[in-house]
Design a protein around this ligand. Sequence first.
Ligand code: SF4
Length: 368
Amino acid sequence: MQLPDNLQDKMLRRIAEKVCSNTPVSKEDAVYMLTTDDILGLGAIADYIRTRLHGDITYYGVNMNLNYTNICELRCPLCAFSCDESDEEAFVLSIDEIEEKMRSAVSSDLDEVHIVGGLNPKLKLDYFEQMLRLIKGIKPDIHIVAFTAVEYDYFAKINNISIQEVFRLLIDAGVHALPGGGAEIFSPDIRKVIAPKKISGEKWLDVMRTAHKIGLKTNATMLYNHRESIEDIADHLLRIRDLQDETGGFKTFVPLQFHKKNTQIAAKRSTTGYDDIRLYATSRIFLHNVPHLKALWMYLGDKMAQVLQKFGVDDIGATYDNEKVVHAAGAKTPDFGSESHLQRLIEDAGLVPKRTTANYGNNKVKGN
Ligand code: SF4
């Protein structure tokens, strides 16, 4: 396949030449792409890369979400999900409640469970090991994507063991892969405002480095549309790309659009369609070494997620039964999209749906 040779914009033509010669694009290129109005030119380059990597396939998943507690020590200003223990809506799922949820969920056809929660000092490692073993016992072939880098770092601290040991124990109990949450935006100045008590960007990258070295595959996220600048986004992408050059452990990059309702952040105006398109297409072009780019329909709306398949996206996310985090922040999308609806979004864009899990078919992790 070939890139269109009629790109009008000189800078985009130069970026396309770099892409064709497998030369990584620069941070300055990223800033340019994040501000261009020529979204069709940008989309042509992103689609070229997407098609080179995945042909006409778009991935989706059939999974459920398990949020085990909303009690969190950090109470980040960006978060609409967390509570103090004394709050009326605070909850911790008991192992019996998790069993009940899992048994009712696996009666429907399910490939994957996605587990994240708050940093709750009362929950020690044996709770998580029990939870994971229980889930594997109920459905041995289920793929478990569990805990953000922020949670792993916290587990190590409150259990007074190394992060390597945390990974070893939880892989042994059933973890297959990591979601990419907690990255937010790496800029220390912005982090100070949106999540001042959260681990630093450096630390987040370091936890991921350790996970990758152990053999775990992970996602990487980026929260956008709060206080960050275009330069902060370019810097975030660069740091992900650099770590990927080192470890090769990121499977998927997942930009997350910030939803401000019930948070303490007075965010920018909501994004326009052009903003989202620029962000995703730029991510696809810049992160040439990360295989997948995911647009979570639940954050963006199903129509925008569908359109983004022509702007670099090869994964539109999963059915996500019972998602709580983005809905606490005011997402208007339903918390469950049926498999047939996701297939329709893909087919209607002239692409071929392929059901998968976070490891895209390779579910083996060293140690389990
Ligand atoms: S974003 Fe995560 S770490 Fe921060 S308060 Fe919410 S649940 Fe806790």
